[in-house]
Design a protein around this ligand. Sequence first.
Ligand SMILES: Cc1ncc(COP(=O)(O)O)c(C=O)c1O
Length: 360
Amino acid sequence: MNLRIPGPTPCPDDVLQAMAGQMINHRGPEFAQTLRRVTDGLNWVFGSSSDVLSFTTSGTGGLEVAIVNTLSPGDRVLGVTIGSFGDRLKSIAKTYGADVVTYALEWGEAADPAVIGKMLDDDKTIKAVLVTHNETSTGVTNPLEAIAKEIRARDRLIIVDAVSSMSSVPCPVERWELDVVVSGSQKGWMVPPGLAFVYMSERAWAANVEAKMPRFYFDAGKTRESLAKLQNPWTPALSVYFAMDKAFETMRAEGLEGIFTRHADIAGYTRDRVKKLGLKLVPVDEKFASNTVTAVWWPEGVDAKALNKRAREEFGVVLGGGQGKLDGKIFRVGHLGFVQKEDIVEALDVVEKLLGEARV
Ligand SMILES: Cc1ncc(COP(=O)(O)O)c(C=O)c1O
């Protein structure tokens, strides 16, 4: 199978083999060493000089960690949304009682940093801004560095969903002065689902002292205390840690620059090829097109579900569909993590063949 959804992504064989390892004492010395190495790897990729926390959960759990550990019910927050994951982050905040104001864009567009700055100037009670780095549903990457500058200049918290960007495209948390940043193991990390990673800045930890939203399993303070003893408060997904430990060997050998360049090259090829097929990208301005997932409009009149089914059943190519209001209208090609150009060539050859037949 050529699994081209934007996560879970395929895993290298050595990662899968590492996961087959026998269970160990999660409070013993062996796991302590694994957790240290994995945390060092996370710190390296996030660009953090303090320890990035890991939680046994999926990306959404990581987003919940971010919200409940820094906010209180009634806190006013600005939810910037350019697609379904921006909506989700807002929903989590709302569920826990935050007073959410929204900056929503048409799906396919990126957020304008200047608008965010103005909204913060107009409403000094906004305590935090929620923003998606890479909107997986539309294949758009927000200009996060510029957005962060606007927010930092006004001294509010910046909470970032980097689930489908971190480890594939640059997102240096300290250099960009971000406060809470979340990723998930099944995306660019080349590892199965099961772990979420959460960076918290000094400002975020200061907010944590005041934050009154309810939390137990997802208590970042407890997780940080346990991490100091090289443990997790609860029983962690040991096999996924074994996988991360192995994946970091490959990532370190390739180097961050090498990883980012590979993603940029493959994404560039994907966009060029799609345009050559006469198809239109979902991102309105290609400058903001994602290097981890390419979203493409199906041409009018094409039976998208039938084409997706044929791609999977006849050619073993699994494309991502559209989410929410884009269901049946777009397809998405994931190109993050363990991916080479040949995988995309094969997937788009199939799209070309099926579209050719459909047009006839
Ligand atoms: C940008 C983004 N945020 C959040 C999530 C949610 O992660 P999960 O499905 O692991 O809970 C995803 C997963 O697709 C994502 O791409």
